[in-house]
Write a protein that binds this ligand. Structure first.
Ligand SMILES: Cc1cc2nc3c(=O)[nH]c(=O)nc-3n(C[C@H](O)[C@H](O)[C@H](O)COP(=O)(O)O)c2cc1C
Length: 311
């Protein structure tokens, strides 16, 4: 399959510890997008701001950083720093659905204001040292918002437009709106990436048949629930060692967080969050997963994980 698969950005989850462990153990993704950082007019490339994106740390797959911003000058200052760090593309987040973000006119809060979006793009595209892509939802509240925006995006030199076909008020609930996606992409000359609810080979095949012009797909929660999914979508052979691989991956994540977070409590929280995404893939082992999620100490966590993998 020649289609490209991109690991979606999930703030607090697909950060560098996760990516390092994931790409060491699982195949299928061609690229990853980093969770958003906020733009800032004053931070240089070595600032704490870039902790997650600094070099000297070997990313195992090409990484595209993402910025959440409504301030073109801050955005440009941050993009200059990212260019100094060697990145080749930057993504502008127009999808974040949370009211504390949208209420400040950021993320999908900008979608009902297409002329604010184009004013930002006018300023950024004129001066950006890096090519730009955007990640959108269909709208803040109304899936027709994107219909007003898409034609206005045509003149800009965007590398691609990633669309998650939900409105922000849905957050991540309800179903994806494939009609809305079809309407949004009609007529655009931009390169497009589909993102949303790719959770199985069947859903993927359905989407490929429905949107034959799309050959880049971004996957988030589907890969958290089943880290082997991208490999299966690519038709890669199964080595018959799924459980060993999953266990080794989780061990790597545990170790990575133990090295970077302060205190076992934070490490456990991160691991439990990952198990929350994995849990639906193991309906027959709900009790064992519950034990893992209920673990109050590193020892209890280890015992529960051992019980899961030994059964
Ligand atoms: C916990 C969480 C954090 C997220 N953080 C980001 C983010 O930093 N940037 C972004 O563009 N999207 C973010 N998203 C949205 C995902 O990138 C993706 O668009 C969404 O999960 C739909 O894709 P999926 O169904 O394959 O997961 C986040 C989603 C979740 C659930």
């Amino acid at each position: 399959m020649s289609d490209r698969l991109i690991l979606a950005p999930l703030h607090g989850i697909t950060n560098r510890v996760f990516r390092e462990a994931y790409f060491k153990r699982f195949a299928g993704f061609d690229e990853a997008m980093a969770p958003f950082i906020l733009s800032s007019r004053s931070c240089g490339a070595k600032g704490a701001h870039f902790k997650e994106l600094l070099p000297g740390y070997s990313e195992r797959a090409p990484l595209v950083p993402q910025l959440l911003s409504n301030d073109a000058q801050g955005f440009l200052a941050t993009v200059r720093s990212l260019a100094e760090l060697g990145y080749r593309e930057v993504n502008w987040n127009l999808g974040c659905p949370y009211p504390m973000v949208t209420g400040k006119g950021r993320g999908s809060g900008l979608l009902p204001h297409p002329h604010t979006v184009t004013a930002f793009l006018d300023a950024v595209c004129a001066d950006s040292p890096l090519p730009l892509s955007v990640k959108l939802r269909l709208g803040l509240r109304d899936p027709d918002e994107i219909l007003a925006l898409m034609p206005l995006l045509e003149p800009y030199p965007l590398t691609r437009i990633i669309i998650h076909p939900r409105v922000a008020s849905q957050l991540y609930t309800g179903s994806v709106d494939l009609e809305g996606f079809a309407a949004a992409i009609r007529g655009t000359k931009h390169r497009l990436v589909y993102n949303g609810d790719i959770t199985s080979v069947d859903t993927f095949m359905h989407l490929r048949r429905r949107f034959p012009g799309i050959d880049e797909w971004m996957i988030g929660r589907g890969a958290l629930a089943d880290p082997f999914l991208p490999g299966r979508l690519k038709g890669l052979p199964d080595d018959g060692r799924a459980l060993e691989t999953l266990e080794a991956f989780l061990d790597d994540v545990y170790e990575g967080y133990s090295d970077t977070l302060s205190g076992p409590r934070h490490v456990l929280d991160k691991l439990k969050e990952l198990w929350g995404y994995l849990a639906p893939s193991y309906p027959e082992h709900q009790r064992l997963v519950k034990d893992i999620q209920g673990a109050k100490s590193a020892e209890a966590y280890r015992r529960a994980v051992n019980a899961f993998f030994r059964q």
